[in-house]
Design a protein around this ligand. Structure first.
Ligand SMILES: *Cc1c(COP(=O)(O)O)cnc(C)c1O
Length: 731
């Protein structure tokens, strides 16, 4: 931890803050009031960031937790504060309301907004069973079960109180149609999580709507529990409505002003229906549905477009929401159906509403998440090509740089401001490079040791659990003597992501014989560490996960014990952070161009870890002619046929072959030319950290929001934007 990080040492008492919605913890009262005022002034122009999921587990990064841990548990504070502190120091630190990259990106974005004092708030849902939890059994594969967690005991979460009855939860009323064409009001409670700036001098509130109330009707209850519950399309449609329809009532109840609504993916797009309805009512009066013309609706939509900014995240069709018109007719206002007919019609399937198309139509700006993804999105949506710009994703550097790497950067004079300014890595002084190289190597070795110890402890744990439960350990190595387990210093390749088929987790095991031969011919040991969840309804994804398990023994045997393939169950942000810092290289093997951006590789780059990747997503921009890592596989121009996810279009043979051609040179560099390997790590710090961080990304977003910022932060954001502009060359 940076010793002058909390220069004005703040006592825990000074971090209690209150307003009419309750008592909170994490920033001084003055800071709280200043931010709240900024978000609620009548002429305010904040941005409301809307996302189906937000991943910001406090166990991987939380400035208040760091401060408290440094100070230990104070004994002299008042009893109520004592309880609060105990919760912060010992409470569960996971908020399992995310499934993968989309949610983690949302969390990282909000943290950068806080660090950069961007007036923003976020809206999402609170899922009392979160996203599913994963158990892995070597014979069965993935077993999913509901995640148990309690928002009440989770630090950083606060339930808002009713200003008129401070002992009761605040309730907001949200307009729905119940499925039988009847309007109905549904109630939700609101939880607030604060994304707090590293300096504790600003925060961004996230408002999480909790619909799981005892009085909720069954259809609300079953849609409220789990993120991306895919049991039926009606549940899916309801989840989207529960997000989109709550935004305006939430802002109104809390008195928040947002001149811009940023849709992080199209999930919350039904907010536009309510905005259009408001416009029509204002113009035509309450009785408008009889009088309204198509031209009125289109004019209202045009007006509403000025409020909306939209980020599209994937070229994969399953990521685009479509619902049958019949399903929607029961659950929406009469006027909504007219609006949907005009604005959500699907060009290909006439009986469906296409919500991606709707988000494409109603906005003032659209961005995709890398340059290549921009070009692909333009091809997929030619009618909107003129509006689609690139804003390449980033990651929150303070969240993803390991503690050991942080200690290392703190000791480099030209990086002294790295916490506030990740772009300072672009200007590392030449005379600092030898020291940086030496310290980075030490930190890397330490992080590798931590990861290997974690895996070996896991193997042991699984072995012991086998006696107590019916689970067969997910790793072949659990059944071998401990002398065969992993050793620090062995080349370790990491792969962790959602198990969607296009990500091709099993690509490099396509020809195990060939892989084993490479290791044997040179006596090279390699650990392959894999992690990730398949969505419970994604049978092909679960099948790929099972293939990984099935390959373990064969790889081990055929490589004479040189190749060890490990699966780490329960992928989450903590496992991600251990892995991206502890491996020697990060593998990314999707089918080009289906990985719109990818962010786990950026997390590796933040720690100096080189990527070995298909030329897809962010890597097209982060590869720098091979200075920062390696590329393999197909990289020709992208045609419509390349967007197919059909099994026979996934190019396994070609791309796996390219990987085997490449691997010897990577291992040769690691084992025989360590200085060249380290040079790639340093190049990642120098070339990629300044670009692929969410401070730079936030700067590009803010340029679309049209906000008023202080001169200091305006200057900072300008500098980030000058350093890198996503919207440049067409690839
Ligand atoms: C970063 C992250 C992801 C996203 O990784 P991709 O490379 O974009 O697939 C998914 N899950 C977790 C837990 C993460 O930390």
């Amino acid at each position: 931890m940076n010793s002058d990080h909390f220069a004005a040492r703040t006592s825990p008492e000074a971090l209690v803050c209150t307003n009419l919605f309750g008592t909170f913890f994490g920033v001084p009262q003055q800071v709280f009031d200043a931010v709240w005022n900024q978000l609620t002034t009548p002429d305010g122009n904040a941005v409301a960031y809307v996302s189906m999921e937000i991943g910001a587990d406090p166990d991987v990064f939380h400035p208040v937790k760091d401060l408290l841990e440094e100070g230990g548990e104070p004994s002299s504070v008042k009893p109520h504060l004592q309880a609060l502190l105990a919760k912060y120091l010992h409470g569960p630190r996971k908020i399992p309301n995310y499934s993968g990259g989309l949610g983690v990106l949302a969390g990282d974005t909000l943290k950068s907004f806080a660090d950069l004092h961007v007036p923003a708030l976020a809206v999402s849902l609170l899922y009392r069973e979160g996203y599913f939890s994963q158990i892995v059994d070597s014979k069965i594969g993935q077993i999913d079960h509901a995640t148990r967690w309690t928002p009440e005991s989770t630090p950083t979460l606060f339930q808002l109180k009713d200003p008129h009855h401070p002992d009761r939860a605040l309730t907001i009323d949200i307009p729905f149609h119940n499925g039988q064409h009847k309007p109905t009001m549904i109630k939700a409670h609101v939880w607030m999580k604060m994304e707090i700036a590293d300096q504790l001098d600003y925060f961004v509130p996230e408002f999480l709507l909790d619909y799981s109330l005892p009085e909720a009707p069954a259809w609300v209850m079953e849609s409220a529990h789990q993120l991306y519950n895919a049991k039926s399309t009606i549940i899916k449609a309801n989840q989207r409505r529960m997000l989109g329809s709550a935004i305006l009532p939430l802002l109104e109840t809390l008195g928040l002003n947002a001149a811009t609504i940023h849709l992080n993916e199209q999930h919350g797009v039904t907010v536009t229906l309510h905005l259009i309805l408001q416009e029509l009512q204002d113009k035509l009066g309450e009785a408008f549905p009889d009088a309204v013309t198509d031209a009125d609706i289109l004019a209202a939509a045009k007006q509403v477009s000025r409020t909306i900014v939209y980020t599209i995240h994937t070229p994969v069709k399953a990521g685009h929401d479509r619902f049958s018109r019949d399903l929607y007719s029961g659950i929406s206002h009469k006027a909504f159906q007219r609006i949907l007919d005009l604005l959500a019609h699907d060009e290909e399937v006439s009986h469906e509403y296409n919500f991606t198309a709707m988000a494409m139509r109603i906005n003032r700006a659209i961005n995709s998440v890398s340059r290549l993804h921009r070009d692909v999105t333009k091809k997929q949506f030619p009618a909107f090509a003129h509006k689609i710009k690139a804003i390449t994703n980033g990651v929150h550097h303070l969240t993803w740089i390991s503690d050991n790497r942080k200690d290392c950067f703190n000791r480099i004079p030209s990086l002294c401001n790295w916490r506030n300014d990740p772009s300072c890595f672009a200007a590392i002084a030449d005379q600092d490079l030898p020291l940086l190289g030496e310290l980075l190597q030490q930190a890397w070795n330490q992080d590798n040791r931590l990861l290997i110890e974690h895996v070996n402890a896991m193997l042991k744990n699984h072995r012991e659990q086998m006696v107590e439960t019916w689970i067969d350990p997910p790793n072949h190595l659990s059944s071998l003597p401990e002398s065969e387990w992993l050793k620090p210093g062995t080349f370790t390749l990491g792969f962790a992501r959602r198990f969607s088929t296009y990500k091709r987790a099993d690509l490099i095991f396509d020809d195990i014989g060939r892989l084993a031969d490479i290791l044997i011919a040179n006596n090279w040991s390699v650990n392959f560490l894999f992690a990730g969840k398949a969505h419970p309804a994604d049978e092909p994804g679960k099948y790929v996960l099972k293939l990984i398990l099935d390959n373990q023994e064969e790889l081990y045997t055929r490589s004479k014990g040189l190749g060890k393939l490990i699966f780490i169950p329960g992928y989450d942000m903590r496992v991600a952070k251990l892995m991206v810092a502890g491996v020697h290289a990060w593998l990314n093997s999707p089918k080009r161009p289906l990985e719109a951006s990818g962010t786990s590789g950026m997390k590796a780059a933040m720690n100096g870890v080189p990527n070995i990747s298909i030329m897809d997503g962010w890597w097209v921009e982060g590869y720098h002619g091979g200075q920062t890592g390696w590329k393999f596989g197909f990289e020709g121009p992208v045609n419509d046929a390349d967007l197919s996810e059909a099994p026979d279009a996934l190019l396994y043979t070609e791309d796996a072959g390219a990987f085997y051609d490449l691997l010897p040179s990577v291992l040769e560099t690691f084992y025989h030319r360590p200085q060249d390997f380290l040079a790639r790590a340093l190049a990642n710090l120098h070339l990629n950290v300044p670009i692929f961080n969410t401070h730079r990304m936030a700067a590009e977003y803010v340029a679309q929001y049209d906000l008023r910022l202080t001169p200091q932060f305006t200057a900072d954001l300008d500098r980030f934007r000058r350093l890198y502009q996503s919207e440049q060359p067409t690839l």
